[in-house]
Write a protein that binds this ligand. Structure first.
Ligand SMILES: C[S@@+](CC[C@H](N)C(=O)[O-])C[C@H]1O[C@@H](n2cnc3c(N)ncnc32)[C@H](O)[C@@H]1O
Length: 230
């Protein structure tokens, strides 16, 4: 397993080397934020709408009852809207003001309301019984940092639902290759995520696949996790 991980690190390092020169030296979060600021105007296109539609259908199968929910990395609000339609009270957070603005107008246009936050410090000290994080961890070479940030926002018995590209899926590797010149995405396996989650003091409750919902082809791997009790 560890041998596998280090080989993976090397290939990821090479990919990292393909970053545009102007973006070298900035942290991965800054780079991701910068890219999504630029993507906001064309993020909702045929491809993202189609994949997002099937992904959201599977993600919503995991969400329990009706409660408050934090949509972490809400983007243009696709998941936010899905949750609002199911009766959830949603806090939509995204560090890209341009993406958040798109989410705000989508939600208002659909006749719903939500709390919109773009400053991370506005989340500090608050907790949610449910956090969803769809299509966000894809861009993090080291996902544990972000998971460790999300974990304190989760109530002790809360549920975290998140997605990553599925390392067993050829579609996910095509997606990863296509992303190399812009913002690399990193397919993950279930054993790798088990280790990452454990470091963030989270336990996997269940998982599923989307687009299509098959373990070997599904582009997206969906996890449902809980905090490990102290
Ligand atoms: C691919 S979009 C997914 C949007 C949405 N969740 C969906 O399913 O359509 C990823 C979003 O995550 C946001 N994001 C990435 N890292 C983040 C972070 N650390 N804090 C807040 N937002 C983040 C980006 O700005 C971007 O809008």
């Amino acid at each position: 397993m560890w041998k596998k991980c280090s080989a993976l690190q090397i290939s990821r390092g090479k990919r990292f080397g393909m970053m545009p020169l102007s973006d070298r030296g900035i942290s991965s979060e800054e780079k991701i934020q910068k890219v999504f600021e630029r993507r906001a105007d064309w993020y909702d296109n045929f491809l993202t709408r189609t994949v997002g539609h099937f992904e959201l259908k599977r993600v919503l199968r995991f969400v329990p009852g009706r409660s408050d929910v934090l949509d972490f990395g809400c983007g243009t609000g696709r998941t936010t809207l899905g949750l609002l339609k199911k009766g959830f009270t949603v806090t939509a957070f995204d560090f890209s003001p341009a993406m958040l603005e798109k989410a705000r107008s989508r939600i208002l246009k659909a006749g719903f309301s939500a709390e919109f936050i773009t400053e991370e410090k506005a989340l500090v000290g608050r907790t949610w019984p449910l956090i969803v994080c769809v299509g966000v961890l894809d861009y993090y070479r080291e996902p544990s940092g972000l998971l460790q940030k999300i974990c304190p926002l989760l109530q002790p018995d809360g549920t975290l639902i998140f997605t990553v590209p599925n390392a067993r899926s050829p579609l996910a590797w095509i997606y990863s290759l296509a992303s190399l010149r812009s913002l690399p995405v990193y397919p993950r396996s279930i054993p790798e995520m088990k280790i990452v989650l454990h470091h963030a003091l989270l336990d996997i409750i269940s998982y599923d696949f989307a687009f299509p919902p098959l373990s070997f082809f599904g582009l997206t791997l969906i996890f449902c996790a809980r905090k490990i009790p102290p």
